[in-house]
Design a protein around this ligand. Sequence first.
Ligand code: GAL
Ligand code: CA
Length: 329
Amino acid sequence: MRKVFMTALIFVLLLVSCSYAEEIKIGSCIYRFNDAFMLRFRNAMTTEAEKEGATITHADGQDDQPTQDAQVDEFIQAGVKVLIVNPVNRMDAQPIIDKAKAANIPVVFINREPSIEILNTYDKAYYVGAKAEESGQLSGELIAEYFKSHPEADKNHDGKLQFIMLKGQNGHQDMILRSRYSVEAIRAAGIEPVEVASAIANWDKLEAMKIMNGFVMSIGPENIEAVIANNDEMALGAIEALKIVDYNKGDKDAYVPVVGVDANASALDAMDKGEMLGTVLNDADNQGTAAVKLALALASGKDINSIGYEITDGKYIWVPYQKVTRGEK
Ligand code: GAL
Ligand code: CA
């Protein structure tokens, strides 16, 4: 009797110590490694996969769709059980889905949202991300709140907000919707937004710095009442350009409120120094964790409704954004 009990006990102990995801290989395609936010995302996925005893391999798409397509082929040939894909061009996701479908491998898209028409062509295709319009709305609110509580922010005293918009890569849902909804939020707060300039800086700090440098020279920092950037890197680039003309160095009379999105460490740092007004948390930890949990459930046949993240419309996991400020300095 005792022997039977001991054997059963050992069996149960073995069961709990072997994670269900042991041995599962995940192939992860990142649009490019050289992206501060996607680095956070990647690290979150690695951490979660390791926790579950699974193996995750990340491939650098180098911002080139053909390169990424080849990496998808390689992962499938190498026998991965599931793919996580951050498409270079979200509108070109169809061939990736077709390949995954042909190999009967589930695919979880992240960060760059394929259209619902594309997602609907495969019952094992999903998307994990955050609602772009929400981040736009929240960053617009940050600017509106500042403008309302700081009368001096209306530099030309016309009651309107003269702003510059720095945009991410063309066609990205976060580029389109953050740009639109940030301005909408300012209008909804009762402030008339006036765009004095806008440009695409491709999520990139250096590119944004160069562009903003041009704007500062041609428009004059005293005529810029806000900079709205689609992400933190571009916000930080704009701040670099403002610092060249001795703006945003802590002097309240020489300041342009700048907002971004992501809440990367470097942005939080700039906020601590009083150089940057605020940002919106793009929750890489939760998105990365959710993507891996979903991928592992799909690969192992586990119920996807039991992973601790809500599945919306049978296809989506949405992780909320959050405003981040540092209050008055
Ligand atoms: C956005 C993020 C950007 C950039 C981009 C890449 O969500 O805010 O910083 O990482 O994704 O697709
Ligand atoms: Ca004004």
